[in-house]
Design a protein around this ligand. Structure first.
Ligand code: HAM
Length: 434
């Protein structure tokens, strides 16, 4: 017996019955992006590993534990593929910033409002809502003109409006500010001070994080660590006046838009590139993997990746988590053809194939039975396909230059002329039923 293969752990097939929902989510997103004047960008699914280590930070969990590196079995002719030098992208921000710099978008526009939809890859331990290949819808606003607090608010509002457009109601928006790079340094110093006598209460991972990257302790899901963090009562005292004023304007703009939020001073996000505004949207029904969407401002990343000093802000949401949050209430929608062709002998089969392709070229979705079998068995296939109309072709139809058209809802059947290969009446009739 030959081996039966399964999809790799942490990946999932998207079957035709679910595809409608996936497309619906993407179509809805594209419509909203058009309303906001954001334009689509696509970048490769793999990049140089260093792009990710430099942007997300060597000590981030994603870089430390979740990178999926490409193992090349041999060097390419150009000699540019080495083991571990390329990685599947764990997120989209670094790639979009790389593309922004490489393609000189700064010279073309003062502000680039970009969005992307595509698969991301993280070598995580799979569980409900946590996959190794998952899909994000993301947004990055980059450019000299991207330094206004109202742009942070626009990006957050866009995120919330996307979720509303998907029909999600049960979610919560949390926001915080990390302040400037200088403020971040003060915060990390302050956190170390607050935590210094509590290190032994932390999980082994967080004990390591204390020196390497103290912010990550605030993201830890371990119960004991959550309790320690909760008791720290982190405040915003480490912020400069400028950073405080900037955040006040972000909140003012959100208030103006009627967007509800909760300020959480312990929200820091797991990636190193953020400064100033950070935010996260969680779904009530999602259990431990409850983040539907997250993002923030990253004013230093473009220059860290070799570009000019240019501000930026963005977010990404996980499509699989959106679908989980939608719950079981949604019915899978099966795509059905409008018309199904049944032909009763070889000669009418050829005519049927001709009609099939004419209908398709007229945007009438159609299919046919490719085996000339009994009328009963072909009608069964027609019924299974869900088509609303069936065209029946046999010797007598060919002789009369017509087709028999059956309405599958009412069961009524009529003859429609196709004399001199004029299909206009047939096409009109089928369109009426679309
Ligand atoms: P992130 O928080 O790492 O941020 O991911 C954003 C969203 O992707 C999460 O809220 C979640 O919905 C989804 N996600 C992440 N990992 C998984 C996984 N293993 N399985 C299923 N879904 C997952 C970023 O990726 C940043 N690049 C967001 C950003 C854009 N910040 C600024 N611009």
């Amino acid at each position: 017996m030959s081996k039966i293969f399964s999809a790799p752990r942490g990946t999932a097939d998207i079957l035709p019955a679910e595809m409608f929902l996936w497309q619906d989510i993407q179509d809805t997103a594209r419509q909203i992006f058009a309303n906001y004047n954001y334009r689509e960008i696509q970048t490769p699914v793999f990049e140089e590993t260093e792009l990710f280590t430099r942007s997300m930070g060597k000590t981030s969990d994603v870089v430390q534990k979740q990178m999926l590196n490409l193992q090349s079995q041999k060097k390419s002719d150009a000699g540019d593929i080495h083991v571990g030098e390329l990685s599947l992208r764990p997120e989209g921000t670094a790639s979009v910033v790389r593309a922004y710099i490489e393609n000189g978008l700064k010279q073309k526009e003062n502000i680039s409002k970009l969005f992307y939809i595509g698969p991301m890859f993280r070598g995580e331990r799979p569980q409900k809502g946590r996959l190794r290949q998952f899909h994000q819808i993301g947004v990055e606003v980059i450019g000299p003109g991207a330094n206004h607090p109202y742009i942070d608010a626009e990006v957050i509002a866009l995120n919330v409006n996307l979720l509303n457009a998907f029909g999600l109601k049960e979610f919560e928006l949390k926001i915080n500010t990390l302040g400037s790079l200088e403020d971040k340094k003060n915060l990390s110093k302050g956190l170390r001070k607050l935590l210094s006598d509590k290190i032994s209460k932390l999980c082994p991972d967080c004990q390591n994080r204390f020196e390497r990257n103290v912010f990550r302790i605030l993201d830890c899901k371990n119960e004991a660590c959550c309790q320690v963090v909760h008791d720290l009562k982190i405040s915003d005292t480490y912020l400069s006046e400028e950073s405080r004023a900037y955040f006040a304007q972000v909140k003012e703009a959100l208030d103006g838009l009627g967007i509800k939020y909760l300020v959480c001073h312990d929200l820091v996000r797991g990636l190193d590139y953020y400064t100033h505004t950070v935010f996260e949207i969680t779904g009530f029904s999602l259990g431990s993997q409850d983040a539907i969407s997250a993002g923030g401002r990253y004013d230093n990343l473009v220059s860290q990746l070799g570009g000019p000093e240019i501000p930026a802000v963005g977010f990404a949401l996980g499509i699989e988590r959106i679908i989980l949050a939608m719950g079981k209430s949604r019915e899978p929608i099966i795509q059905r053809p409008n018309t199904y062709i049944v032909s009763l002998d070889e000669k009418s089969f050829k005519k049927g194939f001709e009609i099939l392709n004419i209908l398709r070229s007229m945007d009438i979705s159609s299919d046919m039975n490719f085996h000339v079998s009994s009328m009963k068995s072909q009608m069964r296939s027609a019924d299974k396909s869900g088509a609303s109309s069936v065209i029946i072709l046999g010797g007598s139809e060919l002789e009369k230059q017509c087709v028999s058209l059956k309405d599958m809802e009412t069961g009524k059947q009529e003859e429609i002329s196709i004399k001199n290969n004029d299909y206009s009446i047939l096409i009109d009739r089928l369109r009426e039923r679309q």
